[in-house]
Design a protein. Structure first.
Ligand code: ADP
Ligand code: 5GP
Length: 209
């Protein structure tokens, strides 16, 4: 999709449970995008595979990687560390492969501030409603209310970062959302549509309690 001899960077962020991991996988499956597989100190979920979903490491291993300057960006999210490996990402970009990231707003800030010589497109995903978000979290966490509630506590703060992204999309129907994202990535006109921004702003207000 880049058209140049270098790949582009696409970043998806969202409050937990809005659907960015699902969307990143779909985008990678149906387009020429390689997923940046992060390192994390979080324990694997039952459906997650080492090296496919994450590289699962302990805190000492993660801190050694920080000391060795191995991360393009890293952050602490929900008491766990998460980071994107520099080597893996740059190898792909320099082979003209497009790289897609599923990272939080802190990581996005860090990547943007480095002023890298690659095109970067940032996209923020919103849930259709607070109730639907909670249901998605509960469902994913196999009805573990404690984890779902813990993730919801961060929502009001995380959602406010939508303003720092190039494009915002509501993940109601998955296929619709997917199509909007692809259209945006392919578009050369990245000017923000003020009417659309107002609509998103109202939607965000309805989500915050
Ligand atoms: P995130 O990566 O943003 O935390 P996930 O991609 O893990 O979120 O999605 C959270 C849960 O919601 C998953 O169980 C996923 O299958 C489900 N999900 C994602 N998008 C949709 C959608 N459009 N409609 C219904 N369920 C969805
Ligand atoms: P989860 O535990 O649900 O997989 O991810 C929790 C949060 O950490 C999500 O917002 C996800 O985008 C973010 N995350 C995953 N990998 C990384 C990473 O490498 N860096 C940063 N900054 N955030 C990440």
């Amino acid at each position: 999709m880049s058209g140049n001899n270098e790949g582009i960077i696409v970043i998806l962020s969202s409050p937990s449970g809005a659907g960015k991991t699902t969307l990143v996988k779909e985008i990678s499956k149906r387009n020429n995008f390689q997923i940046s597989i992060s390192h994390t100190t979080r324990k694997p979920r039952s459906n997650e595979t080492e090296g496919k979903d994450y590289y699962f490491v302990n805190e000492t291993e993660f801190k050694n990687l920080i000391d060795e300057n191995k991360f393009l960006e890293y952050a602490k999210v929900f008491k766990n560390y998460y980071g994107s490996s520099k080597d893996i990402v740059f190898k792909k970009l320099n082979k003209a492969e497009n790289v897609i990231f599923d990272i939080d707003w802190q990581g996005t800030e860090q990547i943007k501030s480095q002023k890298l010589n690659y095109k970067i497109v940032t996209i923020f995903i919103l849930p259709p409603s607070r109730d639907e978000l909670y249901n998605r979290l509960l469902n994913r966490e196999r009805n573990d209310e404690k984890i779902a509630k813990e993730r919801m506590t961060q929502f009001n703060e995380d959602v406010l970062h939508w303003k720092d992204y190039d494009f915002v999309v509501i993940n109601d129907d998955l296929e619709n959302c997917y199509k909007k994202i692809i259209k945006f990535i392919k578009s050369t006109d990245n000017k923000k549509d003020t009417n659309y921004q107002k609509l998103i702003s109202l939607h965000v207000k309805s989500l915050i309690n």
